[in-house]
Design a protein around this ligand. Structure first.
Ligand code: ATP
Length: 220
């Protein structure tokens, strides 16, 4: 059976989530209190309705508790975002993802029942900063407050060396969990793996260890 989603708040972030889910063929209920926003999504989402998500009765009427996953993308109005999350949790919605405006907002959202909290502006800022530091840093993903994953293109310093030669785990405390080359992916490469031209290393570790690894091997 098709999974059913609801997106509350159709700003740039919520609108983009709604559009992408719809393009992927998912059933999406788009909700916003602003009529113009709702009209924009009438032909994109399966249903688009004008509603204030801080009104529990309205959310009940919309059958929100039957949704598999609800995404709350109300940005600036933190009070409305918190209240909406509490109501969704009270109604027993199975999975709730909420966009946070700040770290404090994120902490509150976790405490009141959000299963997943996203912070797209902050995360994108970090990713872009890392890609600006070096063109070899292809992607950067925060796994928790202290741990991250980085995708780096093999630098000149790495070419022809084995993982044992590079000694990344002993030197910096982070782990090469996979190596990609085009469509091939080598998960958990062995210590004698020799780095080739156009390899991409996927490295996981504590932020400060990743930073040391980047300074030593990735940043020219
Ligand atoms: P973005 O950066 O993604 O555009 P934003 O952080 O600027 O988002 P806002 O513009 O504050 O987010 O809000 C996103 C949408 O949420 C708006 O279209 C707004 O009408 C809608 N919205 C705000 N409060 C509610 C509410 N209580 N019920 C339904 N929709 C709401």
């Amino acid at each position: 059976m098709k999974r059913e989603f609801a997106v509350i708040g159709l700003g740039r972030f919520g609108g983009s989530v709604c559009e992408e889910l719809s393009l992927e063929g998912m059933k999406v209920l788009a909700i916003d209190k602003n009529e113009h926003k709702v009209n924009e999504f009438k032909n994109i989402a399966s249903h688009a309705v004008i509603a204030d998500s801080t009104d529990e009765g309205v959310l009940k009427e919309l059958g929100i508790k039957n949704m598999d996953h609800v995404i709350v993308a109300i940005g600036d109005n933190i009070e409305a975002s918190i209240l909406t999350t509490v109501i969704l949790d009270d109604l027993g919605v199975e999975k709730i993802t909420v966009k946070a405006q700040s770290d404090y907002h994120a902490k509150i959202l976790h405490k009141i029942g959000a299963n997943q909290v996203v912070h797209p502006e902050r995360d994108m800022g970090k990713r872009i900063a890392h890609s600006i530091i070096s063109s070899n840093i292809l992607d950067y993903l925060e796994l928790s407050d202290d741990y991250s994953m980085v995708e780096v293109a093999a630098s000149k310093k790495m070419l022809g060396k084995t993982l044992i030669d590079l000694n990344i785990r002993a030197k910096f405390g982070c782990n090469v969990v996979a190596i990609k080359n085009g469509k091939d992916i080598n998960v958990s490469p062995t210590a004698d793996y020799k780095i080739n031209f156009e390899d991409t290393l996927i490295v996981i570790g504590a932020d400060e260890d990743i930073s040391k690894f980047e300074k030593h091997y990735v940043i020219d």
